[in-house]
Design a protein around this ligand. Structure first.
Ligand code: FAD
Length: 472
């Protein structure tokens, strides 16, 4: 028998159910495959950083698989449809009997997988796994057998099921007998090159980071996770988005340090696990409501909001020149590193939508184009939360004040000074309103004036949302 493992966003050997299952039959020949689809990625706004990280990670994965005598074949197709033709050809060439893969849940990806099943010869079987989640979408349902619309009841139902059936990790497959098929070089991709920070392709280093986080930081996560200058979150997001590490591995390391942590819901361990359940929630949501992948809001009437969409304001937001220090520091962190702290993703998203009255989809796309951890479900969920267009959203009339948010989460301006050196000399007390200090003291600072006045912008936004709601 010949088994093909089609790697997608599960770029790992450990705890990879598709790979483990393909290796169960000791006598089967196992081949790995990865198909890069640059044109499709461009259409999905995938960042150059993410593509570079995938490329670097594939080089490592190929070596890890080679140690098991599994050749990882690498191919490039422009788009998903062409990639299916490649697989059909490859199955013929290598007389493949069975294909194994871990599910992806985005609309186009699911359509691609259906196309594969349509195009394959009927004697080739496909085996699908939910390797990147704790649970299978559409199995955590409310009393009406529907997907929850709100996170907390979803979380509670998820936990009930999860605790009854705590998952095991799939161990690394045993080395197999050598094949004559040779792996080919992971070629350079037709995409711009860009450095990414925080993430490394070496799996040992990535797992060490997870281990260190669980041992050293999780305990204080509840208190410190919202303060960007403390840097107390895990920085594991790109590993999870690309499946370099699985959520089950996160659970495994966490439970080693904190057995039964789910019984202490105020603990740092539980708070962190709760974030992994948010990830799960958003992945389930895009399966229950595929239109979320097609630029549609969860709440219909919000599609009638009359956005201002001022291109100059959008540019000022993107480049970190809005005159609101916390927003600008955050956007500069994103632009320079490809990662942004969660609290700041919430504040910058709210600012774009509710201070600048720019369509949330513009921001969603921009984030995707910069993030190394870009993930449709989490990004869409986060943007729709901030824009009050999604499930569980913050109500539209609750609007963050960018100055007080900055005062609350970066009280002394440590984070701001790190990213906006122009403000280095502004005293702590005025770091969130540097122009007030500059005027009072006759100083000149090389920093823009606020692009809008928050109180006025807030009123306009409320009017725009109310008008859209009334016309429903
Ligand atoms: P930690 O705090 O250590 O959390 C651990 C893991 O839990 C994360 O790595 C991530 O996989 C998951 N997670 C945490 N918070 C969330 C959340 N709110 N929703 C879903 N999953 C979560 N996350 C992405 O992975 N990709 C995105 O494209 C993305 N876009 C976002 C856009 C907006 C507007 C907002 C508000 C949030 C977005 N998030 C996204 C969620 C969150 O901000 C990041 O996952 C987190 O900042 C990553 O840092 P970390 O790994 O240190 O997180």
């Amino acid at each position: 028998k010949t088994n093909l493992v089609w790697f997608r966003n599960d770029l790992r050997v450990l705890d990879n159910p598709a790979l483990s299952k393909a290796c169960e039959d000791k006598d089967a020949s196992v081949i790995g495959l990865y198909i890069a689809t640059p044109q499709q990625w461009r259409a999905h706004d995938m960042s150059a950083r993410q593509v570079c990280f995938i490329h670097d990670r594939l080089i490592e994965l190929q070596k890890e698989l080679a140690a098991l005598n599994i050749p990882l074949l690498f191919q490039t197709s422009d788009n998903f449809t062409d990639s299916i033709d490649e697989i059909v050809q490859l199955c013929k060439k290598h007389a493949v009997d069975q294909i194994f893969y871990n599910n992806q849940y985005e609309y186009n990806e699911r359509k691609r997988d259906r196309l594969l099943k349509d195009k394959l010869d009927s004697d080739i079987k496909c085996f699908e796994f939910d390797g990147n989640l704790f649970s299978t979408p559409l199995t955590v349902l409310n009393g009406q057998q529907q997907m929850y619309k709100v996170f907390t009841p979803f979380r509670n139902a998820f936990l009930d099921l999860f605790i009854q059936n705590i998952p095991n990790i799939h161990s690394k497959p045993e080395p197999r007998k050598k094949l004559t098929i040779k792996a080919n070089k992971i070629a350079a991709l037709d995409y711009p090159k860009e450095d990414y920070d925080f993430f490394v392709p070496d799996i040992q280093k990535a797992l060490e980071k997870l281990e260190e986080f669980c041992a050293e930081k999780v305990e204080d996560y509840t208190e410190k996770r919202d303060i960007p200058s403390l840097d107390y979150t895990s920085h594991l997001s790109a590993y999870l988005a690309l499946g370099v590490i699985s959520v089950r591995q996160c659970f495994q390391y966490l439970v080693q340090e904190y057995p039964d942590f789910w019984e202490k819901q105020k603990s740092g361990a539980f708070t962190w696990f709760n974030e992994l359940i948010w990830r799960e929630f958003y992945q389930h949501l895009i399966v229950a409501h595929p239109y979320l992948c097609k630029h549609k809001p969860f709440i219909d009437w919000t599609d009638r909001i009359k956005w201002k969409n001022n291109p100059d304001h959008f540019e000022q937001w993107k480049t970190g020149n809005t005159g609101y220090p916390i927003i600008d520091a955050a956007m500069r962190q994103l632009n320079q590193t490809g990662w942004m702290h969660n609290r700041l993703r919430m504040i910058t998203a709210s600012f774009l939508v509710k201070d600048l009255l720019i369509d949330w989809r513009w921001g969603e796309r921009y984030f995707m184009s910069q993030l190394t951890d870009g993930d449709l479900a989490a990004n869409n969920g986060g943007w729709q939360w901030a824009a009050s267009t999604g499930t569980d959203s913050t109500p539209y009339f609750r609007i963050f004040n960018p100055t007080t948010q900055g005062q609350r989460f970066d009280p002394k301006g440590d984070f701001i000074r790190q990213w906006i050196p122009e403000l280095a000399k502004v005293p702590d007390k005025f770091i969130h309103e540097p122009h007030i200090w500059a005027e009072k003291n006759g100083k000149l600072i090389d920093y823009p004036q606020p692009v809008v006045i928050h109180d006025i912008a807030r009123k306009e936004t409320l009017e725009a949302f109310e008008a859209a709601k009334k016309s429903a």
